[in-house]
Design a protein around this ligand. Structure first.
Ligand code: ARG
Length: 459
């Protein structure tokens, strides 16, 4: 039989496979709360503008609350032949309140309806991402505070570069995650315009009040172009893009945790709560959560590419292609929230091995740059020559099988006669990090100042 919502011009019902490919109720039922909120705001506005009687609008508003509670208690009969959440809700409303239900769709289309539902949903996810990021930032801040002056090797090319502080490394992630948070805040502000009232694509001849529905649903204003309102999904793409960048940051720290928790590095110990054992090798403690966090960007990025591909080249306005937006965004959002929570747990529970970090910081000729800088500052050597002298000293130490501070003064003077005993002061890692007190540098005082800045900003 033909569809009860639009079956007027149809003699036959759809093929079963058509129903299978066309229906979105299997996933868009997740929009039920937004759909009902949007319909209630619409009905109230229709009454306020005299388009509906108060009596009908009240019946609709009440009936929608009954539908809401049916869905929330699991009593709601979802029906695939009704395609999507919008028609499922409306059909059930008709069963509950009868004739007035048919008046709800006045001055509205599923095109503006789905646009407003989905915006509301994505807006909530921005809020969840912002909250999740704040929790994670606080976890990194706590790590940074505990070890603001612990020394560790800083790397480039994953080769020892210069000593840095643990606090400085943790604060690098605070900066990244704070920008991620800013991206969600910006995206939220930009998407916070209400498409409801754009109707199918052209607006409506009914005297609706779009400012009223926008306000009721917490939007800053109505969208300004009806064609754009029903055909745009860049709010979802922005959410996905921000999620991808954030997941990329998480994947980098995840990778560091995998490396750092290995027996070869032993920089950190992950807690039992965030690791797994092996069914055959009894000694194993695998960083599975970190590995999964390293991988999750694949899914989120995949969703981003998928939605871009759906939207690319779509002529205005709405096309059914756009129904493919939801599953991608749902999966990406679920993945991101889980990833943020897992990373927050792991960061809060991990323990830095301060001694191992200090030992590693002092090896690999990590203070070679300090030595070169000393030659420039104290002996007036051009930096290039100082670089060469230091390189020669590194080669001597390497041949001797020791680190730079283990060379004798005589061995150093054999390479450059001007070198004095006070050179040894700069070869120590503690002095090295303390000396890097340029703004944003690794010196513990700088790190503590940045921690204080962020604590003040986050409140
Ligand atoms: N389920 C549809 C979607 O998600 C709702 C909009 C349907 N509009 C239409 N003209 N068929 O996109």
């Amino acid at each position: 039989t033909a569809n009860q919502m639009w079956g007027g011009r149809f003699a036959e019902g759809p093929d079963a496979i058509m129903t299978a490919i066309n229906a979105s109720i299997g996933f868009d039922k997740r929009l039920y709360a937004q759909d009902i909120a949007g319909s209630r705001a619409h009905a109230a506005m229709l009454a306020a503008t005299g388009i509906l009687t108060n009596k009908d609008a009240e019946a609709i508003g009440e009936g929608l609350l009954t539908v809401l509670s049916e869905i929330e208690t699991g009593a709601f009969p979802f029906r695939t032949e009704l395609e999507d959440i919008h028609m499922n809700v409306e059909a059930r409303l008709k069963e509950i309140i009868g004739e007035p239900a048919g008046r709800l769709h006045t001055a509205r289309s599923r095109n503006d309806q789905v646009a407003v539902d989905f915006r509301l949903w994505v807006r909530d996810q921005c809020d969840a991402a912002i909250a999740g990021l704040e929790a994670l930032i606080r976890a990194f801040l706590a790590q940074a505070e505990a070890g603001a002056d612990w020394v560790m090797p800083g790397f480039t090319h994953l080769q020892t570069a210069q000593p840095v502080t643990w606090g400085h490394h943790m604060m690098a992630y605070v900066e990244m995650l704070a920008r991620d948070r800013g991206r969600f805040i910006d995206a939220r502000a930009r998407m916070n315009e209400c498409p409801l009232g754009a109707a199918a694509l052209a607006g409506t001849s009914f005297p609706i009040d779009r400012h009223m529905t926008a306000r009721a649903l917490g939007f800053d204003r109505p969208t300004a172009n009806s064609l754009d309102s029903v055909s745009d999904r860049d709010f979802a793409l922005e959410f996905l893009a921000a999620s991808s960048i954030c997941a990329m940051h998480l994947s980098r720290f995840a990778e560091e945790l995998v490396i750092w928790s290995s027996a070869q590095f032993r920089f950190v110990r992950l807690s039992d709560r965030w690791t797994t054992g092996s069914s055959i090798m009894p000694q194993k403690k695998n960083p599975d959560a970190a590995e999964l966090l390293r991988a999750k960007l694949g899914r989120i990025m995949g969703a981003t590419v998928a939605l871009f591909t759906v939207m690319k080249g779509l002529a205005l306005t709405y096309s059914k292609d756009m129904q493919e937006d939801k599953e991608q965004v749902f999966d990406a959002a679920d993945t991101l929230m889980l990833a943020l929570a897992a990373m927050t747990g792991m960061v809060s529970d991990m323990t830095a091995n301060r001694d191992v970090l200090a030992q590693a910081a002092a090896s690999g000729f990590s203070t070679a740059t300090d030595l070169a800088d000393w030659l420039v500052r104290e002996l007036g050597l051009p930096f290039r020559e100082a670089h060469h002298v230091t390189g020669t000293l590194v080669a001597r130490a390497e041949a001797k099988g020791c680190d730079l501070p283990d060379l004798t003064l005589a061995e150093m003077q054999a390479v450059h006669p001007g070198i004095r005993a006070d050179v040894f002061d700069v070869l120590g890692v503690e002095n090295s990090v303390r000396s890097r007190k340029s703004y944003g540098g690794t010196a513990p005082d700088q790190v503590r100042a940045r921690i204080a800045d962020w604590k003040a900003r986050l409140g």
